[in-house]
Design a binder for this molecule. Structure first.
Ligand SMILES: [Zn+2]
Length: 81
């Protein structure tokens, strides 16, 4: 079942990532999923009881930067620090 949030709410919701980008319903893999996906970083956030959980810590696994293989440069070695 797709997320059915108030359009006005969707207008003010933004991803907690640094880009604070707009969110769209569903995920890249499942447009009907109960989740919101960031247009910028690609993270998907769960929607629980109609309430979007927009926390980076709560982002769905296997979503986010680099997951989609965009601009895949074979760097190897993340070196986050
Ligand atoms: Zn984002």
């Amino acid at each position: 079942m797709a997320v059915d949030l108030d359009p006005a709410l969707m207008e003010i919701l933004a991803c907690p990532c640094p880009a604070h980008a707009k969110l769209h319903s569903g995920t890249a893999a499942d447009p009907e999923a109960d989740a919101l996906t960031c247009a910028e970083c690609g993270r998907s956030f769960p929607v629980t009881d109609g309430i979007p959980v927009l926390l980076l810590d709560e982002a769905l696994p296997e979503t986010g930067p680099g997951v989609d293989g965009v601009h895949g440069s074979d760097g190897g070695g993340l070196g986050s620090g």
